[in-house]
Design a protein around this ligand. Structure first.
Ligand SMILES: [Zn+2]
Length: 288
């Protein structure tokens, strides 16, 4: 019998896009974070990154299950960095909140990311400056930032990643009863062992079987598939996937179960699907 969530309150993540910047199969990587409580989501949603087609992406991911996901239910935008596949919707989102919602959303990002935001808003001069359009909050890397999600405190902390422009990884934590639920997201990075361990430290702080680590995978400046396999502790990235799984240690298997890969290139999808590693999927809710 499938496990049923009867009123359990949990931190949850809804992927809106899981593709890389060049994907024709998926939307660019973006996700919504909220507190899940049967039968539906609260408002006060946290949106991570905003590609240009963000409203369409929310509508497609909703599919009726969340009673109409749209920007008016978002109160915080966490911006990881300013590459276009993550930030191209900034102008539209600012204008939509000003004109159609009539409220200032909170904008959270590293200070050096915030420095670059005004150039995305230049054409909105008549509507206002960044500080007039957003409630701007610097993302801390040395302490927790407290956010409120439907009356439940959620804490957020960032960490700089290895990417050509300023970029942050994120961890979110929420108290649920006497447990802490945590999910950690690498965002864009070349493989960085210290960042990898930082993500899994956050995971260990939650009940390990419910924590989640979301990591990117890709080509070039991104973390490779072999990097992921080696970091998990699979003996060889060159094994056939079934051999790699058979030889994997318990620790590797436990971590692989809590890992979700995202930001994947189209041509890597067959390999990823044959690997048995769990992928983040558009519209597939992850409840911790
Ligand atoms: Zn990027």
């Amino acid at each position: 019998m499938p496990e049923m969530n009867l009123g359990r309150v949990g931190l949850s993540v809804l992927p809106l896009g899981v593709g890389d910047a060049f994907s024709v199969l998926h939307h660019p990587t973006s996700m919504l974070v909220s507190r899940y409580q049967t039968p539906a989501w609260d408002n006060d949603l946290i949106l991570i990154d905003c590609p240009q087609s963000i409203r369409r992406m929310m509508r497609e991911a909703d599919d009726g299950r969340f009673h109409g996901l749209d920007l008016h239910r978002v109160n915080t935008l966490v911006l990881t960095h300013l590459h276009a596949d993550h930030a191209s919707g900034l102008e539209t989102i600012a204008a939509f909140f000003k004109i159609a919602v009539g409220r200032k959303p909170r904008l959270v990002a590293l200070p050096e990311v915030l420095e670059g935001v005004p150039r995305f808003l230049e054409s909105l001069e008549s509507l206002g400056t960044m500080d007039e359009l957003f409630d701007v909050v610097e993302l801390p890397t040395d302490r927790d930032l407290a956010l409120d999600v439907g009356g439940t405190p959620v804490t957020l902390v960032g960490r700089r990643t290895a990417h050509p422009i300023p970029t942050s990884a994120l961890t979110f934590s929420m108290r649920s009863g006497d447990a802490t639920q945590t999910f950690a997201y690498s965002c864009d990075t070349t493989f960085d062992r210290d960042l990898w361990e930082w993500l899994w430290r956050a995971w260990r702080a939650s009940r390990e079987e419910t924590g989640l680590v979301i990591h990117e995978v890709g080509h070039g400046i991104h973390t490779s598939y072999d990097d992921i396999l080696h970091a998990l502790g699979f003996r060889s990235g060159r094994d056939m996937p079934s051999d790699a799984w058979r030889r994997a240690t318990m620790k590797a298997q436990l971590r692989a179960k809590s890992l979700r890969l995202t930001h994947y290139p189209d041509d890597m999808l067959p390999l990823l699907e044959s690997s048995g590693l769990p992928l983040l999927r558009e519209g597939k809710l992850e409840v911790l």
